[in-house]
Design a protein around this ligand. Structure first.
Ligand code: EPU
Length: 417
């Protein structure tokens, strides 16, 4: 994996060509964490090579999982897993380290995990996770940056999530796989990554069923067999390339995507004037003479995803009229806005709402502060006149595999600096 701090981009070139979409980061992470429920071997295919994935593999290795990760396949031998405290040095590397709690609790009846880190996109409490564990019979204690959870008996019962949190839903599902009798989870998150986790677990014998659109019933089983599974495509990487292709007035074809996961995003891009064609696992996007304004509010699936908010704000600066974005999921996901303003973007902010006005972006030295913001700043560089230097690439490598190389392949004038 190339790790560089910055890229240099000479903007103004429309992206053209075909690009393969990676496996989903946010599906692979909970699935990898769920390997701690297994007693056997697992083959996971279509796993993206990312810093967050490597950090998760390090945590699994620390707990006794032997792994080989090569060419997108992770082989995991889960026969010698032990339960021990996950120190903050491990947990702080990624938010998804919190996803270890559910599997350890299910398998060993207890978990000790340092508070998670991750992108600085706003306060990221774990109260929805904890109240779920508690409703199912566990005790949670947070002290000196360490989370300790104990379940005297096997978990069982019913819990209604206060908000359909993605991570809390994942943790409560994995915590319930070996439940006493059954667990009922209401108001769960329905993001495609949750469905992937459920599919992975049921393929190995877990008994998880929807009783209505937002309610799951999980019947406890005693063990999970070996498993082989292909992680679904990354809808956020796909959306990022669609936006980059359209924002540069280009013509880009994605292969290896799941178009159903992107329904609302495609609808919004069409509303903005993009020509989109979908065929099985491919999506093509083409500029047809105009980028129109639109208004977007980020929300839970199937609405517009917060993870594409920063990229689409860049596209909106290229529209012929003013657009607005309301960020409803995270409190601090506008850190790219001051950087865009350095590039001559005309943007007004009021609370959760950003108004993006038509702007001629101009190359500048800019920074990035989180994963999706890093991708957004690179797209801004592709749209700008002159040269842009984007720093802070360590964030990019957490979630996009070969992003710079893929853009180069699509014709961008971009290189590591
Ligand atoms: N929240 C709480 N309490 C909780 C849990 C969440 O207040 O106990 C709040 C969060 O602070 C946030 C909102 O609820 O304001 C949504 O959080 P959620 O739990 O749904 O998100 P997450 O599990 O922390 C995952 C993805 C994020 C993605 C969100 C929303 C992974 C590893 N991360 O985070 O991905 O933005 O769901 O879809 O799956 C990214 O990939 O760049 C990324 C940040």
């Amino acid at each position: 994996m190339v790790i560089a701090d910055s890229v240099l981009i000479n903007g103004g070139i429309p992206l053209k060509g075909q690009v393969s979409i990676q496996g989903s980061k946010n599906a692979a992470l909970p699935i990898l964490a769920a390997s701690l429920l297994f007693n056997d071997e697992i083959y996971l295919h279509n796993v993206p090579d990312l810093l967050d994935i490597r950090s998760m593999l390090e945590i699994l290795e620390y707990l006794g999982v032997q792994y080989i990760f090569k060419n997108g396949t992770a082989y995991l031998n889960c026969k010698n897993i032990i339960n021990k405290r996950i120190p903050v040095e491990f947990s702080k590397k990624l938010r998804a380290s919190s996803l270890i709690m559910g599997p350890l609790l299910a398998r060993f009846g207890s978990a000790e995990v340092g508070m998670p880190g991750g992108c600085n996109i706003g306060p990221r409490p774990l109260n929805y996770h904890f109240s779920g564990f508690e409703d199912l019979g566990a005790k949670v204690l947070v002290e000196d940056g360490l989370i300790t959870i104990n379940a005297g008996e096997k978990l069982e019962g019913e819990h209604t999530l206060e908000f359909p949190s993605v991570g809390a839903t994942e943790n409560l599902i994995t915590a319930s796989v070996f439940s006493g009798r059954k667990v009922i989870l209401k108001n769960i998150a329905k993001e495609p990554e949750i469905i992937d986790l459920i599919n992975f677990l049921t393929k190995a014998g877990a008994k998880i069923a929807f009783t209505d659109v937002t309610t799951l019933e999980i019947e406890g089983i005693t063990s999970l067999g070996s498993n082989e599974y292909r992680v679904r495509p990354d809808r956020i990487e796909a959306g990022t390339f669609l936006i980059a292709g359209f924002a540069t007035k280009g013509n880009v074809r994605l292969v290896g995507v799941e178009p159903d996961d992107l329904g609302f995003v495609l609808h919004k891009l069409e509303e903005m004037g993009a020509h989109i064609s979908v065929e099985r696992d491919t999506i093509a996007i083409a500029y047809k003479g105009e980028i129109k304004a639109t208004n977007i509010k980020t929300t839970i699936f199937p609405g517009f995803p917060t993870d594409l908010q920063s990229p689409i704000t860049v596209l909106m600066t290229q529209a012929t009229r003013n657009s607005t974005v309301v960020e409803n999921i995270f409190d601090n996901r506008y850190q790219h806005i001051p950087e865009l303003i350095k590039m001559n973007a005309k943007i007004e902010m009021q609370d959760k709402t950003a108004t993006l006005c038509p702007s001629n972006l101009v190359g500048a030295k800019v920074d990035s502060f989180d994963l999706r913001g890093a991708a957004a700043m690179i797209i801004a560089g592709l749209c700008a006149s002159g040269t842009t230097r984007v720093s802070g690439l360590k964030h990019l490598f957490r979630g996009y595999e070969s992003f710079v190389e893929k853009l180069e392949f699509l014709g961008a004038d971009i290189c590591y600096a």
